[in-house]
Design a protein around this ligand. Structure first.
Ligand code: COA
Length: 322
């Protein structure tokens, strides 16, 4: 038994901050950001928009796309590194907003690898017959964790949410390989602003995302092809068997470099970072939703999802579009 994806959705904040706007906030330029990252603009959650509202919006869109009612959902997992609150969980808040009264809900934090781990977790429940339906969501308001005075990080990130509805299926394939490297945790960090030592005065710099960009870049371009290779070998497949590789959208140069290292045409490595920036756990499901709605995903297509991020963690999963 596997879980097949039967609906996708996304929810993107209305406000768009293009590179020009950022160049008025920090010393940077449209040309530098595009050249180094591929990002042209990112969406920012403002006013009533929150991680919960974006997650709920993506969930509603995915349910509509699947033709399912919220009551049919038995499991909700929200992957997020930027919840509005620690409690109640984002997933329970989503449950309340959409009326998924029969679901068991929990959140999962694996930073930018979060959606991949949520997909793996849902697959484990569905393949064991514990639940027959699941809603998985990657949702982020990274703008809350971004230091808008730090040009080495603020140019990269954006807000948004993506979701997928899964149903247990007798057919289909699913395979995964995941790894974590806690020893490298220091290259991408963010401390909680709720801690006592940060309680008074303006937010301390360490309570915003801090990143050694070069180390993360090197890690991603070496580990992503490696883990995809491991997965292909484990499943007895080659790159030629895979229709699309949906990679976490962290930096277009990372995606290009992975494609090159795997000697595979960029056409099979879709990219949409130009319009969203890096939306962490939301990037893969937003990309998948765009492709689904454009009719690019056909039954029988073998897809590999691959994510990496803070922890550090990384992994790849294989599934067939049904
Ligand atoms: N605008 C203009 N100049 C900038 C800048 C900006 N926003 N940010 C840094 N620079 C400058 C630096 O000060 C440096 O100047 P110097 O040569 O005079 O010292 C120069 O540009 C190069 O900086 P560097 O940090 O080496 O750039 P880079 O090519 O490594 O690109 C990142 C920086 C962040 C775009 C890149 O390292 C990256 O994308 N890494 C991966 C990050 C990632 O994926 N994170 C999420 C993981 S889930």
């Amino acid at each position: 038994m596997t879980g097949k994806i039967c609906g996708t959705g996304s929810c993107i904040p209305e406000a768009v901050w293009d590179n020009q706007k950022l160049s008025e906030m920090v010393e940077t330029s449209d040309e530098w950001i595009r050249e180094r990252t591929g990002v042209a603009a990112r969406h920012i959650a403002l006013g009533e928009e929150t991680t919960v509202s974006l997650a709920a919006g993506a969930a509603r869109a995915a349910l509509e796309n699947a033709g399912m009612s919220p009551e049919e959902i038995q499991l909700i997992i929200v992957a997020t590194v930027s919840p509005d609150k620690l409690m109640p969980t984002t997933s329970c808040e989503v449950q309340k907003q959409i009326g998924a009264v029969n679901a068991t809900c929990f959140d999962l934090n694996a930073a930018c690898t979060g959606f991949l781990f949520a997909l793996n977790t849902a697959q484990a429940y569905l393949s064991q017959g514990i639940y027959r339906t699941a809603l998985i969501i990657g949702a982020e308001s990274l703008s809350q964790l971004t230091n808008w005075e730090d040009r080495s990080t603020c140019i990269l990130f954006g807000d948004g949410a993506g979701a997928a509805v899964l149903r247990a299926s007798e057919t289909g394939i699913y395979g995964l390989v995941t790894h974590s490297v806690g020893d490298m945790g220091e290259v991408l960090t963010c401390s909680s602003r709720n801690r006592k030592e940060y309680a008074n005065g303006p937010a301390a710099p360490e309570t915003y995302m801090q990143m050694n960009g070069k180390e993360v870049f090197k890690f991603a371009v070496s580990k992503v092809p490696e883990v995809i290779g491991e997965l292909l070998e484990q499943e007895g497949l080659t790159t030629a068997d895979i229709r699309y590789f949906l990679l976490h959208q962290a930096n277009e140069r990372i995606v290009r470099s992975v494609a090159k290292r795997m000697k595979t045409d960029m056409e099979r490595f879709p990219v949409n970072i130009e319009n969203y920036g890096n939306t962490s756990s939301a990037s893969i499901p937003i990309l998948m939703d765009e492709m689904n709605r454009k009719g690019l995903l056909k039954p029988g297509d073998k897809l590999i999802f691959s994510g990496f991020g803070a922890g550090l963690s990384y992994g790849a999963s294989l599934m067939e579009w049904q």
